[in-house]
Design a protein around this ligand. Structure first.
Ligand code: C2E
Ligand code: MG
Ligand code: MG
Ligand code: MG
Length: 285
């Protein structure tokens, strides 16, 4: 009987696997088609210094303009893209689009820095850094206008080869950031040795700082740690003035959040940057 039941489970397992596989194949195809049909867009969100109030940079964030569902946020498709491997095509699209867009801005006299997100999977391809440099060179974008964001775990797991590439990129003027700090694990010795300029605190670290003493103690300790290794601290998803005030008092350098700007598509973003007193010229980091 046990054997029969085991066999039944085995069948069920196979059926589930088949369905899961089918769905994976369909999503993979949908995403690949969407890349080819050019259904993706970048939104840009400004970052503000808590010390001077100046705009010190921005982050490019991926959006899928889905023909049926409308605008879709990364959480609805990036994890699938990572599981299926389509992230390398999507990542290539992002790279090309960032290069083309920032190249255009550069020719228009804009010098602000633009960050973009790199998925851990993209680092598996040995030619990633070569292609990145090529994309920016071809588009006439100086590396000083570019910030590469790696997730905490990707940074911690990076091979020596990848670390050397990151160090070289930084030596050539790019800004290097760790994203979502505080959600993965960090090897503190590794953090010290990383070629690194900025660390972005994960929103989960700061969401309760207005109400929780413990949350404040942890954020303060993390800020000390990051500044102790001579990196800039960026707080993400800052939604209230009270949060920004607490972060400033704790020595956090920079904020990115709805408290002063949402992610915007190119035209709106450029208008926003122009009307912000601290526009283009002063935003050179
Ligand atoms: P992330 O890189 O940590 O980006 C910050 C996220 O916080 C963005 O979500 C942004 O819209 C959101 N955010 C900014 N300010 C606020 C705020 O005040 N409150 C709240 N609740 N959220 C705020 P988004 O655009 O949905 O992106 C989510 C994640 O998807 C990103 O997190 C990043 O991990 C990933 N992602 C986005 N674009 C790309 C991309 O081009 N490539 C890759 N590999 N991943 C991307
Ligand atoms: Mg376009
Ligand atoms: Mg990011
Ligand atoms: Mg983040």
């Amino acid at each position: 009987r046990a054997k029969a039941r085991g066999g039944g489970q085995h069948c069920l397992f196979n059926a589930d696997l088949a369905a899961e596989h089918q769905q994976k194949v369909e999503t993979e195809k949908a995403l690949t088609d969407a890349v080819q049909r050019d259904e993706f867009l970048l939104a840009f969100q400004p970052q503000m210094s808590l010390v001077t109030g100046e705009i010190v940079g921005s982050e490019a964030l991926l959006r899928w303009n889905h023909p049926r569902d409308g605008l879709r946020l990364p959480m609805t498709f990036i994890p699938v893209a990572e599981r299926t491997g389509v992230i390398s095509e999507l990542g290539d699209w992002v790279l090309g689009e960032v290069a083309a867009t920032v190249g255009g801005w550069y020719r228009d006299g804009f010098r602000g820095r633009v960050a973009f997100n790199i998925s851990p999977r993209q680092l598996d391809r040995p030619d990633f850094f070569t292609r990145m440099r090529q994309a920016f060179r071809d588009a006439g974008v100086p590396l000083s206008m570019i910030e590469a964001e790696f997730t905490e775990t990707a940074a911690m797991e990076a091979s020596d080869t990848v670390l050397a590439e990151i160090a070289a990129l930084r030596a050539d003027g790019a800004t290097i950031a760790i994203d979502d700090f505080g959600t993965g694990y960090s090897n503190l010795a590794r953090l010290r040795a990383m070629p690194l300029d900025r660390v972005k605190l994960d929103p989960s670290l700061i969401e309760d700082i207005e109400t929780s003493d413990k949350a404040r103690v942890i954020v303060q300790a993390v800020i000390h740690l990051i500044k102790g290794v001579e990196c800039e601290v960026v707080a993400e998803a800052v939604e209230t003035v009270a949060q920004a005030d607490i972060l400033r008092a704790m020595g956090c350098d920079t904020v990115q959040g709805f408290v002063f700007a949402h992610p915007m598509f190119e035209d709106e973003f450029l208008d926003w940057m122009r009307s912000a007193d601290q526009g283009a010229a002063k935003s050179v980091a």
